[in-house]
Design a protein around this ligand. Structure first.
Ligand SMILES: C[S@@+](CC[C@H](N)C(=O)[O-])C[C@H]1O[C@@H](n2cnc3c(N)ncnc32)[C@H](O)[C@@H]1O
Length: 229
């Protein structure tokens, strides 16, 4: 994909959002330890985490609740979280320090650019996208993160037999996601249609909002097929 096309339409509009003192301090004091600055260069998970554990990517972690809970329960796995919402980045950094987690790193930048420039091929064991912005109006559908160009970019980064796990509370987006992923021969839906709720996925802030509006929660799980290469 050429870079002009990638830059055309963003899947987010940067929200201002007030920052708490805790978040400001975390950004000031902890970014140097737990953040990876955006760069147009591949990163090495081995170097960053000083281990050969499997690495998982979370895109759009919001305030990072799911990120910390999952990482805390899996100290033998590495997690990279990407988010553009600065208060959320501050919150996640403060939680990493509070819980003394060694297995999370944070990148504050557009995930599309990060994946293109920084993530090596065949490097991710799993990708989590929990409650991506649904962009419900038809005229905004082009902003949806899950679309052919993005999945085409993402697939080579996932290891054979790795997975892509998405959750949404917006039924038309759930249908769109299953249809989009279904167009890729490299991926296989692990379930007939939707996954059962996976017990280790914590309830996030956006999930709560959806449930308060009586929205159904849809979990979608696709495996990357073995290519044998
Ligand atoms: C609806 S929120 C969900 C947040 C969180 N996962 C949750 O479930 O509470 C979607 C998040 O994705 C982030 N986001 C959207 N597009 C992004 C992109 N291209 N790169 C990084 N973050 C993105 C937004 O800033 C927002 O915080």
């Amino acid at each position: 994909m050429n870079s002009d096309k990638r830059r055309e339409i963003k899947s987010f509009v940067k929200r201002k959002g007030r920052m708490s003192k805790l978040q400001i301090n975390a950004l000031r004091n902890l970014s140097g330890i737990f953040s990876i600055p955006f760069q147009e260069k591949l990163i090495s998970f081995h170097k960053i985490f000083q281990n050969k554990n499997n690495t998982f990517l979370e895109i759009g972690f919001g305030m990072g609740q799911a990120t910390v809970e999952i990482a805390e329960k899996n100290p033998d796995k590495n997690y990279i979280g990407i988010e553009v919402h600065t208060p959320g980045v501050g919150k996640l950094l403060s939680e990493i320090e509070l819980r003394e987690l060694k297995n999370i790193r944070v990148i504050e930048y557009d995930a599309v650019e990060v994946i293109h420039h920084m993530i090596p091929d065949n490097s991710l064991q799993g990708v989590h996208i929990f409650f991506p912005d649904p962009w419900p109006k038809k005229k905004h559908h082009k902003r949806r993160l899950i679309k052919d160009s993005f999945i085409r970019l993402l697939i080579p980064k996932i290891k054979d037999e790795g997975y892509l796990y998405i959750a949404t509370d917006w039924e038309p987006y759930a249908e769109w996601i299953v249809e989009t992923l279904g167009r890729f021969n490299e991926l296989a839906n692990k379930y007939d249609l939707y996954a059962e709720h996976i017990p280790w996925r914590p309830v996030t802030a956006f999930e709560k909002k959806g449930k308060n509006k009586n929205h159904l929660i849809r979990d979608i799980w696709f495996d990357k097929k073995k290519t044998g290469l």
